[in-house]
Design a protein around this ligand. Structure first.
Ligand code: ZN
Length: 389
């Protein structure tokens, strides 16, 4: 009899296992049915153009199943794409505030909430969201980019510098962050210069030089400060550094070098500064023409200019050459015709943009270190070719 009972034990265990499994399946089916009901209800509200009811219905589902988090994030994004930012914020905010949602899911919801706030123009709230994401392994780069974008818009250069330095400390040096950091120091230095605090500006510009070894802007700014303070030797040294770092920008330094030559009368030093780079831009070869004229070598100046224009034709070059010919022509009628032509070319030059963004094509006559169109640093450059340098 006892043996029979022992034989029945596996049967009882099997029965218990099957019943247990059925009960779990039943619970799952019940949950799934409630879930589907909420889904269909929510979907129905969406399709019948009642998005607020859809949001409320779908938010209820969170209590039932954490797997729906991805759907909620997508739903919030959907509202944002449709321009319904308040609904997007409601959905993403709900996810972020739930204690049961943790880890990457919570970070993803926070990232999307930040984008909602950015799109709505709530920069302070977006900043708070992204600051929390700086510790995330997955999203710190997104957070960093967005925070830079916020500080650039609000011109909070101190905060931008703090963030860039923190990023360099935590994640090492990168070209993008170093380049930005140098510009942030320059922006801060610009404020100090305008407030007549050149001592503070010089410290910031030295930091900019240290932050980005390729930076040109701090050298130009250092040169202008030195020129204003009549430290001409220092100014020449700084302006020469511009050419050493990026020849594209030498045309910005040449007019200041020429001013120094006029003030000091030291044209030989100016010629030395130009000597290595005089063929690299129109401003540079036209400065060489000015040097020859200042030394009374007018014929040599016009021959030299003609030769340069053949190699590197520019509107600026033509205008200067016409000016030289007008002085040499004795026939008044021909001189007047040339004057008229020169005036027309001058008008054209004044209307042409001086700088162009190599990233988005934005162009204008004002120099922007941060492109106002594509919001990138260091992409606006002096225009080369016939219209420019
Ligand atoms: Zn641009």
């Amino acid at each position: 009899m006892l043996e029979l009972l022992f034989l029945l034990l596996p049967v009882a265990a099997g029965y218990g296992w099957i019943m247990g499994r059925n009960s779990v399946r039943q619970a799952q089916r019940k949950q799934s049915s409630i879930l589907s009901r909420h889904y269909y209800k929510g979907l129905n509200f969406l399709l019948s153009d009642q998005p607020d009811k859809a949001v409320d219905t779908l938010i209820k589902m969170i209590n039932l199943n954490n797997d729906t988090v991805e759907t909620h994030i997508a739903m919030g994004n959907f509202f944002r794409h449709r321009g319904e930012i308040d609904r997007a914020i409601k959905v993403h905010q709900n996810l972020v505030s739930r204690e049961e949602i943790q880890g990457t899911q919570q970070e993803t919801a926070l990232k999307e909430l930040g984008r909602d706030y950015m799109q709505a123009g709530f920069l302070e709230r977006a900043e708070n969201a992204y600051l929390q994401l700086l510790n995330s392994d997955k999203y710190y780069l997104v957070a960093q980019q967005q925070l830079f974008s916020i500080y650039q818009t609000t011109k909070e250069w101190n905060r931008a510098i703090e963030l860039a330095e923190r990023m360099v400390d935590c994640h090492g040096d990168s070209d993008d962050v170093s380049e930005r950091l140098a510009h942030f120091y320059c922006e801060q230095a610009d404020i100090e210069i305008k407030a007549d605090r050149s001592g503070e500006a010089l410290i910031l510009l030295q930091k900019a030089v240290n932050a980005d070894e390729h930076a040109v802007r701090p050298w130009l700014m250092l040169g202008h400060i030195a020129l204003k303070q009549q430290r001409y030797d220092d100014a020449i040294g700084y302006f020469v550094q511009v050419a050493e770092h990026d020849l594209n920008w030498f045309s910005e330094a040449v007019p200041s070098l020429e001013v120094i030559a006029e003030k000091t009368g030291d044209w030989t030093r100016f010629e030395e500064a130009l000597s290595s780079h005089w063929q690299d831009c129109a401003t540079s070869y036209l400065a060489m023409v000015d040097i020859k004229i200042a030394q009374g070598r007018t014929q040599e100046a016009s021959d030299y200019l003609l030769e340069q224009i053949r190699k590197r034709p520019t509107m600026k070059g033509f205008k200067t050459l016409m000016g030289l010919y007008i002085d040499q022509i004795e026939d008044e009628v021909s001189a007047n015709s040339l004057r008229l032509l020169k005036a027309l070319v001058e008008d054209q030059i004044k209307q042409r943009p001086k700088y162009r963004c190599v990233s988005c094509g934005f162009s204008g006559r004002k120099l922007y270190w941060l492109c106002p169109s594509c919001k990138k640093w260091n992409v606006v450059k002096p225009i080369k070719g016939l219209d420019g340098e």
